[in-house]
Ligand binder design. Structure first.
Ligand SMILES: Nc1nc(=O)c2c([nH]1)NC[C@@H]1CN(c3ccc(C(=O)N[C@@H](CCC(=O)O)C(=O)O)cc3)C=[N+]21
Ligand SMILES: [Mg+2]
Length: 302
């Protein structure tokens, strides 16, 4: 059997960012509005700082405003809520992203619930989850599932109808919204997790396998149906196998095994990760379009 087609998320994300940049320019020209995203980072976690910097760079590259709020690790919950209230009320701010994880003394759900749903660029608010689950218009879709769906549609020529999809992982951020999106595409959807009996067997039935459990290389090659499309959402930093003291990124799928069985597969890095950031830009543009009464880009509607 031939090796899998490699799904180039990095290239697709570059194309998506270019389309977003066009949308940004068009909204400026038609409505005099520049989309703006507020990025809130609490504390100095090095990984979070890297991610936040790449988000801020993407915003600048696409001609959007970035409002950076880098706060000390000991920021009180009340102060953070007050900041959210100010951003909610600021008409130049169309999207608000609170980088997760937050320090332990802050109640994450309470913070996310305070963001007005219209500005919830991550799509984490219960109102957006509910709109997505009911297929209602106006849902802001979480970035990683949206990016994964765009790659799947591109790979399968938009034809997901009737396919068996297995979502491995049931988080509110990826697994659950991914399952909702696949259902909307008329897939037959199974959501599997750590308590699922016969996980390999469930995976082997799937035409589409989305792995989002955060367990390095858990999905083995012999868990994959020959020809299946594999979307690997995992981004796990592990000790480098041959270079002591160094680390490397691996997905939730054992790539070298899977690439011999799958029909198509996303690599890590260069797969879903860049799509997450591109979709954050898309969601911010979409929020600005809605606020201005302009048409929303179709890709954001899932
Ligand atoms: N409110 C919030 N929203 C998020 O969307 C959010 C968050 N908090 N907290 C952290 C996670 C993580 N995340 C990533 C985004 C892009 C890459 C990405 O582009 N990864 C590159 C590799 C980057 C590297 O080399 O480290 C790739 O996969 O090719 C990774 C991780 C967004 N997150
Ligand atoms: Mg996200």
């Amino acid at each position: 059997m031939a090796e899998a087609r490699i799904i180039d998320g990095k290239a697709f994300a570059a194309g998506l960012r270019a389309r977003v940049a066009e949308g940004v320019a068009a909204l400026k020209a038609s409505h005099g509005v520049t989309p703006g995203l507020a990025v809130v980072l609490v504390g100095e976690d090095p990984a979070s700082q890297v991610y936040v910097r790449s988000k801020e760079k993407a915003l600048a590259d696409l001609g959007m405003n970035s409002f950076d709020h880098h706060m000390p690790a000991d920021l009180g919950e009340a102060e953070l809520l007050a900041l959210i209230d100010r951003l909610n009320a600021d008409p130049a701010v169309h999207g608000i992203l609170v980088q997760l994880p937050l320090p332990k003394h802050i109640d994450t759900q309470k913070i996310l619930a305070r963001i007005v749903p219209e500005k919830d660029a991550d799509g984490f608010h219960v109102v957006n989850a509910g709109l997505l689950a009911t297929g209602s218009p106006g849902a802001i879709v979480p970035c990683t599932p949206l990016g994964s769906l765009l790659l799947l549609r591109d790979t399968l020529g938009n034809d997901l109808k009737g396919k068996r999809a297995l979502v491995l992982g049931r988080s509110n951020i990826v697994g659950k919204p991914m399952a909702q999106l696949l259902l909307q595409q008329d897939c037959t959807v199974t959501v599997a997790h750590s308590r699922t009996q016969d996980l390999p067997g469930e995976c082997r039935r799937a035409d589409i396998l989305v792995a989002a459990v955060g367990r390095p290389e858990m999905v083995r090659g012999d868990w994959i149906k020959p020809g299946a499309v594999v979307i690997d959402v995992g981004i796990n930093r592990v000790p480098h196998p041959t270079e002591p003291g160094k680390t490397k990124l691996v997905g939730d799928v054992a790539y070298d095994e899977a690439v011999k069985v799958a029909g198509a597969i996303t690599p890590v890095p260069g797969g879903v990760g860049p799509m997450t950031i591109a979709c954050l830009m898309l969601n911010t543009l979409a929020a600005a379009c809605r606020a201005a009464g302009a048409p929303v880009p179709a890709e954001a509607l899932a």
